[in-house]
Design a protein around this ligand. Structure first.
Ligand code: C2E
Ligand code: MG
Ligand code: MG
Ligand code: MG
Length: 290
């Protein structure tokens, strides 16, 4: 259709495409320098144990502090890091930074809980991923049991045999493994049994309309029951209100994460959460009394 639109339109689209290409090249160049310029940082979002009301761990979430744009969320740059292969170096930095942070919390005398790190498909393609992680963690002196790795179903399904081998090695180091965004990818729980997993994280799209959407309620309940019968813990993502929390607790969900508990936090705000319930007052009492 474009060729019938006349010269003016063609030039318009061409200019727009040129613009997008220029922007993309600029973004790539900036990301190439971001590591050495120390522009990446991590925020930490707590997970709440519904049985005890305590923080059971944190998830490290990558942020880019751009000199002009300020804090840039990961969805705006992770795919570029993946396309360019920069995710390998940045992913290693994330592991090292989490270890450094855990060491700093420990040195300050704060109680510490495990931290989960998101992996990307490109990292799982590296045969030496487990060895690289082991090297970084050993050098840091941090107990391997304080680290957990989150992977998505689709990442595992690209090359399941290779994934089973790599995850087996990470697991043998004493680290935990979980499936992120569960329910949005293509896999079956029976298939997931092949992987040495500890937990499933139910995607927030299933949590959003709880307790009102009966389909989402049925799916959530079924996933929790099946996961438990496979000896997996269940974490619900994206919990934004007390009604969702109560419904998930009623279904037997083990842990929750979401804005209702806390947003991703700067490290300085995390320590007070590690040994005390983040939900305060009556809401917490109501939830835990159920
Ligand atoms: P994810 O691992 O599923 O992380 C959860 C995302 O949901 C985070 O977005 C978090 O801020 C957001 N979130 C948490 N609670 C709520 C809630 O109650 N409501 C809503 N609407 N959102 C909530 P964020 O930090 O923007 O990260 C987006 C994605 O970027 C992550 O999804 C993960 O896939 C990826 N990512 C983040 N950090 C890293 C990293 O270090 N490495 C890799 N490879 N990917 C990362
Ligand atoms: Mg995650
Ligand atoms: Mg998720
Ligand atoms: Mg995600």
């Amino acid at each position: 259709a474009a060729k019938h639109n006349g010269r003016g339109n063609f030039q318009f689209f061409s200019a727009a495409m040129h613009d997008a290409t220029t922007q993309r090249i600029k973004l790539e160049a900036e990301l190439h320098q971001a590591l050495e310029r120390r522009e990446f940082l991590l925020h930490y979002q707590p997970k709440l144990d519904l049985a005890t009301g305590k923080t059971s761990g944190f998830e490290a979430l990558l942020r880019w502090n751009h000199p002009q744009r300020g804090l840039v969320p990961p969805l705006e740059f992770i795919s570029v890091l993946e396309d360019t292969g920069l995710i390998i170096a940045v992913g290693e930095w994330v592991v090292a930074e989490v270890c450094r942070q855990l060491g700093a919390w420990r040195a300050d005398g704060f109680p510490i809980v495990p931290v989960a790190i998101n992996l990307s498909a490109r990292q799982l393609e590296q045969d030496d991923l487990a060895a690289t992680i082991e090297q970084i963690v050993t050098a840091s002196g941090i107990a391997p049991a304080l680290l957990e790795f989150e992977l998505t179903e689709s990442m595992l399904m690209v090359n399941p045999d290779a994934a089973v081998a790599i995850l087996g090695r990470i697991k043998a180091l004493g680290m935990r493994l979980s499936i992120d965004d569960f329910g949005t990818g293509y896999s079956s729980l029976a298939y997931l049994k092949r992987f040495p997993l500890d937990a499933l994280k139910i995607d927030r799209t299933f949590v959003r309309d709880l307790p009102h959407d009966s389909d989402d309620a049925a799916i959530t309940r079924a996933v929790i029951n099946l996961a438990h019968s496979l000896n997996l813990k269940v974490v619900a993502e994206g919990v934004e209100n007390l009604e969702q929390l109560c419904e998930l607790k009623r279904f037997g969900c083990d842990e929750i994460q979401g804005y209702y508990v806390d947003r991703p936090l700067v490290p300085a705000r995390c320590f007070i959460r590690a040994d005390s319930a983040p939900l305060l007052g009556m809401q917490r009492d109501a939830a835990l009394a159920m």
